[in-house]
Design a protein around this ligand. Structure first.
Ligand code: CDP
Length: 232
């Protein structure tokens, strides 16, 4: 049987990480883990419980609640991918709103939050056979992963992609607010002191600006085949 590896895909928002990660995981029969969904789910919880709002965060309550909250991935009804659950309930279709997106990076910069999430991510990857996407997966979570990718594209292209996705679920949304959110999150994610977004030195850098999904998948698949054949 082929050896199982860990594949990490990091990069800024809307570079195509999750779409790509899902397709690769399906092809390889691996687990797909959307690490951003964990930070989004916690943000959704914090908003729902008045622990965070614009310009305010009750860190003490958040950290206390975090130790009691059950955050995990389980089978759901929306797709064949695993869905993020909070205390046994799927919140997969509640975490992509702009309200969550506007606050998530602030919460993701908190040391205790990151330590907690990384612990869960380590346990999900312990048997390998995982494709995980996020911001710090190749640098901090799995620095010894067999294959790492870092995706990039211009802010305009990424905002357009995200706007096209979001307008299906939110008719009121504007391109300008999506563009603003993407730039704000990029800034916060790159400049935080704990696990900032950066390319791991051994990650393969891919600019997705002018690549179709099929072209991107082909490029990534070539790297995977090479690594898998070398690890036989
Ligand atoms: O889908 P998108 O790329 O816009 O974002 P996401 O992957 O859902 O992540 C949402 C936010 O969670 C990011 O902007 C980061 O602030 C945070 N995040 C993180 O800090 N570390 C990760 N490994 C994944 C996400």
């Amino acid at each position: 049987m082929a050896k199982k590896i860990i594949i990490t895909i990091d990069g800024t928002s809307s570079t195509g990480k999750s779409t790509l990660a899902k397709r690769i995981a399906k092809k390889l029969g691996y687990l797909y883990i959307d690490s951003g969904a964990m930070y989004r789910a916690l943000t959704y919880y914090a908003i729902s419980n008045n622990i965070i709002s614009k310009g305010f965060i009750n860190k003490e309550v958040l950290i206390n609640d975090l130790s009691k909250l059950e955050i995990d991935f389980r089978k759901g009804s929306l797709s064949e991918c695993l869905e993020i659950h909070l205390d046994g309930l799927s919140v997969e279709n509640k975490i992509r709103s702009l309200k969550v997106s506007d606050l998530v990076s602030q919460l993701a910069a908190i040391d205790e939050v990151r330590t907690h999430m990384v612990k869960i991510q380590h346990s999900l990857g312990q048997n390998k056979g995982v494709v995980m996407d996020g911001r710090d997966i190749g640098t901090v979570v799995f620095p010894k992963a067999e294959l790492k990718f870092f995706l990039e594209a211009s802010a305009e292209t990424r905002a357009k992609r995200r706007f096209d996705e979001l307008k299906i679920i939110d008719k009121e949304i504007s391109y300008e607010e999506v563009f603003k959110n993407i730039n704000l999150r990029d800034f916060q994610d790159i400049n935080r002191s704990n696990s900032p977004l950066k390319k791991a030195s051994d990650a393969v850098l891919i600019n997705t600006e002018n690549l179709s999904l099929v072209e991107l998948e082909n490029e990534i698949s070539n790297h995977i085949s090479l690594v898998l054949s070398n690890s036989l």
